[in-house]
Design a protein around this ligand. Structure first.
Ligand code: BEZ
Length: 248
C-alpha cells in the first residue's frame, strides 16, 4: 500500500488553511460533549483539539508517524494507523474526516471500516476533494510530465469523486445519506502555488530526476499563472465534497 510522506513543518507553513477551512464540516458534525469521535486522518491534530475543546473524547488516527508525533505533543489520544486497516467495532458515536479521503484510492475499504467502527445510530461526517477539485493544477502537472516524455496517466494519487459515485458507495455499505454536496471553493494560497506544490504534489515531482524538479515545478507555475493568479494572489480551484451519512 502506498503511503504519502508528510512533513508537519512544511504542512504548517504552507497548508494551515486546510484545517482552518475545516470548521464548517466540524459544525456539520455538531459534536456533543461526551461523544466518542474518531478523527480519521487527524494530521497534526488541530481539529482533533477542537473536538476535545468541545467536550468530546476524540481518538485520532493517521498513517503518518510524523503527524502522529506532532498531534501527540498536543496531549491528544492519537494512533498511527492506516484508514484502510481500521479494526474498531461499534465503538464511536461519530467518525469525522477533513481533507483526507481524497488521498485514499480504496474508498470502499475505508467506508466499510468506518461503518463497522460506528455504533448503531452513529454518523460519518466528512469533507474532501470532490469531482473537479484542483483540476487545472492536476492538468498542468500531468501536461508538464508528458512534455518531458513521462507517462503521467497513473501519476495522480488523488480520488475526487462525484456526489453520485460517493453516495452510491456509502449506501452500498449500509449508510443512509441525508446530506451530500459538491461545494466549489476557490481558495487563496497563503504561500502561493509553489507552497501548494511543495506540500501536495510530490507524487508528480518524484517522477522527475531530483536535479530537474525545480525547473519542472517552475514550469507548472508558469502554466497556471494566467488561470489561477490574480493581482499577485494565487487562488486554487478547490471543489469540496461534503457529506453526512448515518448508520441506522
Ligand atoms: C488538500 O488537502 O488541500 C489537497 C490535497 C490534494 C489535492 C488538492 C488539495
Amino acid at each position: 500500500m502506498k503511503t504519502k510522506l508528510w512533513n508537519p513543518c512544511v504542512y504548517a507553513r504552507n497548508a494551515r488553511y486546510v484545517s482552518e477551512l475545516g470548521m464548517p464540516v466540524l459544525d456539520l458534525l455538531d459534536p456533543q460533549p461526551g461523544e466518542r469521535v474518531l478523527d480519521l486522518g487527524c494530521g497534526d491534530g488541530k481539529l482533533t483539539m477542537v473536538l476535545r475543546d468541545r467536550g468530546c473524547q476524540p481518538v485520532g488516527i493517521d498513517s503518518s508517524g510524523e503527524f502522529i508525533a506532532a498531534a501527540r505533543a498536543l496531549g491528544l489520544d492519537v494512533r498511527k494507523q492506516d484508514a484502510r486497516e481500521l479494526h474498531f467495532e461499534n465503538e464511536f458515536d461519530a467518525v469525522f474526516s477533513n481533507a483526507v479521503l481524497h488521498w485514499i484510492a480504496e474508498p470502499d475499504l475505508v467506508i466499510g471500516h468506518v461503518y463497522r467502527a460506528l455504533r448503531q445510530g452513529g454518523r460519518f461526517v466528512g469533507e474532501f476533494g470532490g469531482f473537479g477539485n484542483c483540476r487545472a493544477i492536476e492538468r498542468a502537472l500531468v501536461d508538464e510530465l508528458e512534455l518531458r516524455g513521462i507517462d503521467a496517466s497513473m501519476a495522480s494519487p488523488w480520488y475526487f469523486p462525484t456526489t453520485g459515485e460517493y453516495q452510491d458507495k456509502l449506501v452500498a455499505a449500509g449508510f443512509g445519506v441525508p446530506y451530500i454536496e459538491l461545494i466549489p471553493r476557490p481558495t487563496p494560497l497563503p504561500k502561493g502555488m509553489p507552497g501548494f506544490l511543495e506540500t501536495f504534489a510530490d507524487d508528480f515531482a518524484s517522477l522527475i530526476a531530483a536535479n530537474q524538479r525545480g525547473e519542472f515545478l517552475a514550469a507548472v507555475c508558469d502554466r497556471l499563472e494566467p488561470l489561477l493568479r490574480r493581482s499577485n494572489e494565487w487562488i486554487a480551484d478547490y471543489v469540496r465534497l461534503r457529506f453526512e451519512a448515518c448508520k441506522s
